[in-house]
Design a binder for this molecule. Structure first.
Ligand code: GLY
Length: 350
């Protein structure tokens, strides 16, 4: 087992290993005494892993209740959020009890936000079951729901007590969803780690899962420790996300997050190369690796549409948006750009 420690406002461990779920109860007792546990999961994950999680927790002395969301991004909304809060209240969950998020990014984000706000904050544990949630959303305490105007527009920074990445759960993940998570993995290579980028180039989809997931989490933990509240270096984790979120929104979420971010990273790299902010070979290397993972690098959407879709982006501050541009593999930088210039910048990357 590999363990990464996150030393943010709360210190907690992220354990990465196969077959963690059957020992869930043991791991939870290390961070929280026996109590009532409310598990939030979704309709894809619960039928596969729910019984195992409940059994392990009950064996360790916990009383378990559960709430199952319909699977999909559409569930990350205010109605489901309020339903979860009502469910917690109806089940008399108190401040000494805890929540567990068992599922992908949607489950993690909405459960974290419910934990941050129910009774003004109760403990929660993240058990991410998708690659994307393991390497990104379950670590670092960003919790949120979507609003009609855009993704993740209501949320809180609220760190979990523990994150358990059971990499055996990836075996039941549809390949398309696994590939989606690979976009975030590639992102860490571009941002911070040339060796990781090369490992991915050499191994493609057969990369060493325990090594790669731990490495991404460790890179993310460093960033979160340095800038928990997203005022500086943490914004670099948004590489490809301004355009990516715009593509997701304009496609009515028919283009998945990872695929949209892959296009976003390719467009940003191409625009940077065409503006001589990085070399053409850098753009080509990024584009080749994304395609090696069957990720898209082009969109038919116009620069004007992509720029207008980005206007409700959280990374906007007044009339400025912080883009993240690659300088070389493992070295990126923040590039503030005015809202008026965004469209012509994107145009260079299409
Ligand atoms: N998902 C980006 C972050 O945690 O900052």
């Amino acid at each position: 087992m590999r363990t990464v420690t996150v030393n943010a406002s709360k210190h907690y461990c992220v354990h990465i290993c196969s077959h963690l779920l059957p020992r869930l109860g043991e791991y939870i007792t290390e961070v929280h005494p026996t109590c009532k546990v409310a598990i939030v999961s979704d309709s894809n994950i619960w039928p596969i892993y729910g019984a195992q999680a409940v059994q392990s927790l009950q064996d360790a002395g916990y009383t378990v209740t559960y709430y199952v969301l319909p699977a999909g991004e559409e569930s990350k909304n205010s109605e489901q959020y309020i339903s979860i809060l009502n469910f917690l209240a109806e089940n008399a969950i108190t401040r000494s009890d805890m929540l567990i998020a068992l599922g992908g990014g949607v489950v993690g984000d909405i459960t974290g936000f419910a934990a941050a706000t129910y009774l003004r904050g109760i403990s929660y544990v993240q058990i991410p079951t998708s690659l994307l949630a393991m390497v990104d959303s379950s670590v670092g305490g960003k919790t949120a729901i979507d609003l009609p105007a855009g993704k993740n527009l209501a949320g809180a920074f609220y760190q979990p007590e523990l994150v358990l990445c059971d990499i055996s759960t990836l075996n039941t993940l549809p390949e398309a969803v696994f590939i989606d998570g690979c976009a975030e993995v590639i992102k860490y290579g571009i941002l911070f780690d040339k060796d990781l980028f090369h490992h991915l180039t050499e191994n493609g989809l057969s990369f060493d899962r325990e090594y790669v997931i731990s490495r991404c989490i460790s890179l993310k933990a460093n960033v979160v420790c340095a800038d928990e509240f997203d005022r500086g270096i943490r914004q670099q984790l948004n590489l490809g996300h301004t355009i990516g979120h715009s593509i997701e929104k304009l496609s009515n979420f028919t283009v998945s997050h990872g695929r949209a971010v892959a296009i976003g990273m390719a467009v940003i790299a191409k625009a940077s190369a065409n503006l001589n902010l990085c070399g053409q070979d850098l753009y080509e290397g990024i584009s080749v690796l994304l395609q090696q993972f069957s990720l898209p690098v082009h969109t038919d959407l116009s620069a004007t549409a992509l720029a207008s879709g980005a206007l409700s982006d959280k990374k906007r501050s007044g009339n400025t948006i912080q883009l993240v541009l690659p300088h070389s593999i493992g070295d990126c930088f923040l590039y503030p750009i005015s809202v008026n210039e965004l469209s012509s910048f994107i145009e260079k990357g299409l």
